[in-house]
Design a protein around this ligand. Structure first.
Ligand code: FES
Length: 108
């Protein structure tokens, strides 16, 4: 149910400081490795649909590659204000795999 996790990638395939797009059910998720900690947010930028997995990574903030909106990986919120956000998903390590929840984390 709500805590159902889907294995999406091997840990070894996502180098620290990089991101990749993965499918979780019918959603496309941006999965990031920040110094060994993994974060998952919706891959589609709410501005005009840019691919956040291809954005610039600085710490735990990703900058959309199309027009530079910035989102925190931890909760999917914009760094500049509350007027836009993307869903954030819980991540779990399962052996050699990274698994992502099918269900977005509740917005706090
Ligand atoms: S599509 Fe992401 S900032 Fe415009």
């Amino acid at each position: 149910m709500s805590d159902e996790f889907v294995p999406v990638a091997r840990i070894a395939d996502i180098a620290p400081g990089t991101g990749t797009a993965v499918a979780v059910g019918d959603r496309e998720i941006a999965l990031f490795n920040v110094g060994g900690t993994f974060y998952a947010i919706d891959n589609t930028c709410p501005h005009q649909g840019g691919p956040l997995a291809e954005g610039w990574i600085e710490g735990d903030v990703v900058t959309c590659p199309w027009h530079a909106w910035c989102f925190r990986m931890k909760d999917g919120k914009m760094t500049l204000g509350d007027y836009a956000s993307v869903d954030a998903f819980d991540v779990r390590i399962e052996g050699e795999m990274v698994a992502v929840s099918r269900v977005p984390r509740a917005v706090s």
